[in-house]
Design a protein around this ligand. Structure first.
Ligand code: ARG
Length: 275
Protein backbone atom coordinates (compact mmCIF):
# COMPACT_ATOMS: atom_id res chain seq x y z
CA UNK A 1 0.00 0.00 0.00
CA UNK A 2 1.44 3.45 -0.89
CA UNK A 3 2.49 5.53 2.08
CA UNK A 4 -0.27 8.15 1.67
CA UNK A 5 -3.02 5.49 1.52
CA UNK A 6 -1.63 3.83 4.59
CA UNK A 7 -1.80 7.09 6.52
CA UNK A 8 -5.39 7.50 5.38
CA UNK A 9 -6.24 4.05 6.71
CA UNK A 10 -4.54 4.78 9.98
CA UNK A 11 -6.39 8.08 10.25
CA UNK A 12 -9.70 6.39 9.51
CA UNK A 13 -8.95 3.76 12.12
CA UNK A 14 -8.13 6.40 14.70
CA UNK A 15 -11.35 8.25 13.93
CA UNK A 16 -13.35 5.07 14.37
CA UNK A 17 -11.70 4.48 17.73
CA UNK A 18 -12.47 8.03 18.81
CA UNK A 19 -16.10 7.59 17.74
CA UNK A 20 -16.31 4.41 19.82
CA UNK A 21 -14.87 6.19 22.83
CA UNK A 22 -17.26 9.09 22.40
CA UNK A 23 -20.22 6.72 22.17
CA UNK A 24 -19.04 4.83 25.22
CA UNK A 25 -18.71 8.13 27.03
CA UNK A 26 -22.23 9.17 26.03
CA UNK A 27 -23.57 5.84 27.13
CA UNK A 28 -22.02 6.36 30.54
CA UNK A 29 -23.65 9.73 31.03
CA UNK A 30 -27.12 8.62 30.07
CA UNK A 31 -27.40 4.95 30.92
CA UNK A 32 -30.27 3.18 29.22
CA UNK A 33 -31.73 1.58 32.30
CA UNK A 34 -33.82 -0.89 30.30
CA UNK A 35 -30.85 -2.42 28.48
CA UNK A 36 -28.61 -2.02 31.53
CA UNK A 37 -30.85 -4.24 33.62
CA UNK A 38 -31.31 -6.71 30.78
CA UNK A 39 -27.54 -6.85 30.22
CA UNK A 40 -25.31 -9.12 32.25
CA UNK A 41 -22.52 -6.51 32.44
CA UNK A 42 -22.88 -4.31 35.54
CA UNK A 43 -22.91 -0.55 35.06
CA UNK A 44 -19.54 1.16 35.50
CA UNK A 45 -18.85 2.27 39.09
CA UNK A 46 -20.00 5.80 39.83
CA UNK A 47 -17.14 8.31 40.00
CA UNK A 48 -16.15 8.98 43.64
CA UNK A 49 -18.46 11.54 45.10
CA UNK A 50 -16.89 14.64 46.56
CA UNK A 51 -17.51 14.52 50.28
CA UNK A 52 -18.38 17.83 51.89
CA UNK A 53 -16.35 18.53 55.02
CA UNK A 54 -17.64 21.09 57.50
CA UNK A 55 -15.15 23.06 59.57
CA UNK A 56 -15.30 26.21 61.66
CA UNK A 57 -12.29 27.81 60.02
CA UNK A 58 -11.48 30.23 62.82
CA UNK A 59 -9.27 27.99 64.89
CA UNK A 60 -5.65 28.42 63.87
CA UNK A 61 -3.56 26.29 63.53
CA UNK A 62 -6.20 23.56 63.15
CA UNK A 63 -8.40 25.31 60.60
CA UNK A 64 -8.43 28.83 59.23
CA UNK A 65 -8.89 30.73 56.01
CA UNK A 66 -5.80 32.14 54.31
CA UNK A 67 -5.61 35.41 52.32
CA UNK A 68 -6.84 33.57 49.24
CA UNK A 69 -9.89 32.34 51.09
CA UNK A 70 -8.65 28.74 51.10
CA UNK A 71 -9.28 26.66 54.17
CA UNK A 72 -5.97 25.45 55.59
CA UNK A 73 -4.56 23.90 58.75
CA UNK A 74 -3.54 20.76 60.55
CA UNK A 75 -7.03 19.23 60.51
CA UNK A 76 -7.35 19.99 56.80
CA UNK A 77 -4.06 18.30 55.95
CA UNK A 78 -4.97 15.27 58.05
CA UNK A 79 -8.33 14.84 56.32
CA UNK A 80 -6.81 15.38 52.87
CA UNK A 81 -4.21 12.71 53.62
CA UNK A 82 -6.87 10.30 54.89
CA UNK A 83 -9.02 10.96 51.82
CA UNK A 84 -6.03 10.28 49.59
CA UNK A 85 -5.53 6.87 51.18
CA UNK A 86 -9.21 6.01 51.44
CA UNK A 87 -9.89 7.03 47.84
CA UNK A 88 -12.48 9.73 48.27
CA UNK A 89 -12.45 13.40 47.34
CA UNK A 90 -13.11 16.18 49.81
CA UNK A 91 -14.31 19.74 49.67
CA UNK A 92 -14.02 21.92 52.78
CA UNK A 93 -16.83 24.30 53.62
CA UNK A 94 -16.51 26.92 56.30
CA UNK A 95 -19.29 26.17 58.77
CA UNK A 96 -19.90 28.23 61.90
CA UNK A 97 -19.47 26.20 65.09
CA UNK A 98 -22.96 27.12 66.21
CA UNK A 99 -24.65 25.15 63.45
CA UNK A 100 -21.95 22.62 62.67
CA UNK A 101 -23.46 19.53 64.33
CA UNK A 102 -26.86 20.29 62.91
CA UNK A 103 -25.38 20.59 59.40
CA UNK A 104 -23.96 17.08 59.80
CA UNK A 105 -27.22 15.71 61.08
CA UNK A 106 -29.18 17.30 58.23
CA UNK A 107 -26.83 15.79 55.67
CA UNK A 108 -25.53 19.18 54.51
CA UNK A 109 -22.04 17.99 55.48
CA UNK A 110 -20.73 14.44 55.11
CA UNK A 111 -18.11 14.78 57.80
CA UNK A 112 -16.75 17.34 60.21
CA UNK A 113 -13.20 18.12 61.16
CA UNK A 114 -13.00 21.06 63.51
CA UNK A 115 -10.78 20.22 66.48
CA UNK A 116 -13.88 18.52 67.83
CA UNK A 117 -13.42 16.91 71.21
CA UNK A 118 -14.98 13.47 71.48
CA UNK A 119 -17.39 13.65 74.41
CA UNK A 120 -19.94 11.19 75.76
CA UNK A 121 -22.69 13.71 75.11
CA UNK A 122 -21.74 14.26 71.47
CA UNK A 123 -21.40 10.54 70.91
CA UNK A 124 -25.15 10.28 71.41
CA UNK A 125 -25.86 12.30 68.29
CA UNK A 126 -22.91 11.57 65.98
CA UNK A 127 -20.17 9.02 65.42
CA UNK A 128 -16.47 9.72 65.79
CA UNK A 129 -13.36 8.37 64.14
CA UNK A 130 -10.43 7.13 66.19
CA UNK A 131 -8.85 10.02 68.11
CA UNK A 132 -6.33 11.88 65.95
CA UNK A 133 -5.05 14.54 68.36
CA UNK A 134 -4.81 15.09 72.10
CA UNK A 135 -5.59 18.46 73.61
CA UNK A 136 -6.33 20.17 76.91
CA UNK A 137 -7.90 23.41 77.97
CA UNK A 138 -5.51 26.29 78.57
CA UNK A 139 -6.10 29.66 80.21
CA UNK A 140 -5.02 32.97 78.68
CA UNK A 141 -4.80 35.99 81.02
CA UNK A 142 -3.01 39.32 81.20
CA UNK A 143 0.59 38.88 82.26
CA UNK A 144 -0.02 40.69 85.57
CA UNK A 145 -3.16 38.69 86.44
CA UNK A 146 -3.29 36.91 89.80
CA UNK A 147 -4.13 33.56 88.28
CA UNK A 148 -2.16 30.44 89.10
CA UNK A 149 -4.81 27.77 88.61
CA UNK A 150 -8.23 27.27 87.06
CA UNK A 151 -9.97 27.76 90.44
CA UNK A 152 -8.81 31.35 90.43
CA UNK A 153 -11.25 32.08 87.60
CA UNK A 154 -14.21 31.29 89.86
CA UNK A 155 -15.35 34.89 90.19
CA UNK A 156 -13.74 36.33 87.06
CA UNK A 157 -15.21 37.38 83.74
CA UNK A 158 -14.22 34.56 81.42
CA UNK A 159 -14.55 34.43 77.65
CA UNK A 160 -15.26 31.12 75.88
CA UNK A 161 -16.47 29.96 72.51
CA UNK A 162 -20.14 29.07 72.88
CA UNK A 163 -20.81 25.35 73.07
CA UNK A 164 -17.19 24.22 73.27
CA UNK A 165 -15.51 22.11 75.91
CA UNK A 166 -14.01 25.37 77.22
CA UNK A 167 -17.55 26.63 77.78
CA UNK A 168 -18.35 23.36 79.52
CA UNK A 169 -15.47 23.45 82.03
CA UNK A 170 -16.01 27.10 82.91
CA UNK A 171 -19.71 26.30 83.33
CA UNK A 172 -18.78 23.60 85.80
CA UNK A 173 -16.58 25.98 87.77
CA UNK A 174 -18.90 28.97 87.88
CA UNK A 175 -22.29 27.40 87.27
CA UNK A 176 -23.73 27.23 83.77
CA UNK A 177 -25.87 30.33 84.20
CA UNK A 178 -23.14 32.48 85.73
CA UNK A 179 -23.29 36.03 84.42
CA UNK A 180 -19.50 36.07 84.37
CA UNK A 181 -19.28 33.64 81.48
CA UNK A 182 -19.11 35.55 78.21
CA UNK A 183 -19.90 33.25 75.30
CA UNK A 184 -18.61 34.14 71.84
CA UNK A 185 -19.38 32.78 68.39
CA UNK A 186 -15.70 32.13 67.77
CA UNK A 187 -12.54 31.77 69.80
CA UNK A 188 -10.79 34.72 68.06
CA UNK A 189 -13.68 36.94 69.19
CA UNK A 190 -13.18 35.81 72.78
CA UNK A 191 -9.46 36.56 72.53
CA UNK A 192 -10.19 40.01 71.02
CA UNK A 193 -12.34 40.72 74.04
CA UNK A 194 -9.47 39.73 76.32
CA UNK A 195 -7.30 42.25 74.46
CA UNK A 196 -10.00 44.88 74.84
CA UNK A 197 -10.30 44.16 78.55
CA UNK A 198 -13.93 43.04 78.36
CA UNK A 199 -13.03 39.68 79.90
CA UNK A 200 -10.24 38.81 82.32
CA UNK A 201 -9.48 35.37 80.96
CA UNK A 202 -10.17 33.07 78.03
CA UNK A 203 -10.35 29.29 78.27
CA UNK A 204 -9.85 27.36 75.02
CA UNK A 205 -7.92 24.46 73.53
CA UNK A 206 -4.17 24.65 74.26
CA UNK A 207 -3.03 24.53 70.63
CA UNK A 208 -5.11 27.55 69.72
CA UNK A 209 -4.24 29.59 72.81
CA UNK A 210 -0.53 28.84 72.39
CA UNK A 211 -0.64 29.78 68.72
CA UNK A 212 -2.40 33.02 69.54
CA UNK A 213 0.14 34.01 72.17
CA UNK A 214 3.08 33.12 69.95
CA UNK A 215 1.64 35.43 67.31
CA UNK A 216 0.87 38.27 69.73
CA UNK A 217 4.11 38.57 71.66
CA UNK A 218 3.36 42.20 72.41
CA UNK A 219 -0.11 41.45 73.68
CA UNK A 220 0.96 41.18 77.31
CA UNK A 221 -0.65 37.80 77.89
CA UNK A 222 0.47 34.62 79.56
CA UNK A 223 -0.95 31.14 79.69
CA UNK A 224 -1.85 29.22 82.81
CA UNK A 225 -2.17 25.47 82.59
CA UNK A 226 -3.88 23.31 85.16
CA UNK A 227 -3.59 19.55 85.51
CA UNK A 228 -7.22 19.56 86.63
CA UNK A 229 -8.29 19.96 83.00
CA UNK A 230 -8.99 16.52 81.60
CA UNK A 231 -7.21 15.32 78.47
CA UNK A 232 -9.38 15.71 75.37
CA UNK A 233 -9.25 13.74 72.15
CA UNK A 234 -10.16 15.20 68.78
CA UNK A 235 -12.16 13.05 66.40
CA UNK A 236 -13.58 13.35 62.89
CA UNK A 237 -17.37 13.26 63.08
CA UNK A 238 -19.79 11.53 60.70
CA UNK A 239 -23.55 11.28 60.81
CA UNK A 240 -24.71 8.79 63.39
CA UNK A 241 -24.87 5.35 61.83
CA UNK A 242 -22.66 6.10 58.80
CA UNK A 243 -20.52 3.06 59.55
CA UNK A 244 -19.26 2.72 55.99
CA UNK A 245 -17.69 6.17 55.85
CA UNK A 246 -16.39 5.84 59.40
CA UNK A 247 -14.62 2.59 58.53
CA UNK A 248 -13.05 4.20 55.47
CA UNK A 249 -11.85 7.17 57.53
CA UNK A 250 -10.41 4.93 60.25
CA UNK A 251 -8.65 2.77 57.70
CA UNK A 252 -7.21 5.86 55.99
CA UNK A 253 -6.10 7.14 59.38
CA UNK A 254 -4.31 3.87 60.17
CA UNK A 255 -2.58 4.15 56.81
CA UNK A 256 -1.30 7.69 57.35
CA UNK A 257 -0.08 6.73 60.83
CA UNK A 258 1.69 3.67 59.45
CA UNK A 259 3.48 5.35 56.55
CA UNK A 260 4.64 8.42 58.48
CA UNK A 261 2.48 10.99 56.71
CA UNK A 262 0.59 11.80 59.92
CA UNK A 263 3.89 12.44 61.71
CA UNK A 264 5.04 14.71 58.88
CA UNK A 265 1.87 16.79 59.13
CA UNK A 266 2.17 16.89 62.90
CA UNK A 267 5.79 18.03 62.72
CA UNK A 268 4.92 20.73 60.19
CA UNK A 269 2.45 22.32 62.61
CA UNK A 270 3.67 21.44 66.07
CA UNK A 271 7.41 20.87 65.71
CA UNK A 272 9.25 17.60 65.70
CA UNK A 273 8.49 16.65 69.31
CA UNK A 274 6.07 13.88 68.53
CA UNK A 275 4.01 12.19 71.14
N1 ARG B 1 -12.21 21.18 71.13
C1 ARG B 1 -13.25 22.07 71.50
C2 ARG B 1 -14.59 21.40 71.43
O1 ARG B 1 -14.74 20.42 70.81
C3 ARG B 1 -13.27 23.33 70.67
C4 ARG B 1 -13.37 23.13 69.21
C5 ARG B 1 -13.66 24.39 68.45
N2 ARG B 1 -13.33 24.22 67.08
C6 ARG B 1 -13.40 25.18 66.14
N3 ARG B 1 -12.98 24.93 64.95
N4 ARG B 1 -13.88 26.34 66.47
O2 ARG B 1 -15.52 21.86 71.99
Amino acid sequence: MPANRRTKWIAAGLLACLACLALAGCGKQEPDTATASANATPPPPAPPRVLVVGTDAAYTPFESQNEKGEIVGFDIDVVKAIAGKAGFKVKFVNTPWEGIFNALDQGDRDLLVSAITITAERRQTMDFSKPYFEARQLIAVRRDAQVARFEDLKAMKVGVQNGTTGDEVVGKLQGKSSGNIKRFESTPLALKELEAGGVQAVVADNGVVEHYLANNPGGGFKTVSDAAFPAEQYGIAVKKGNAELLARINKGFDDIKADGSYDKIYAAYFGSTLR
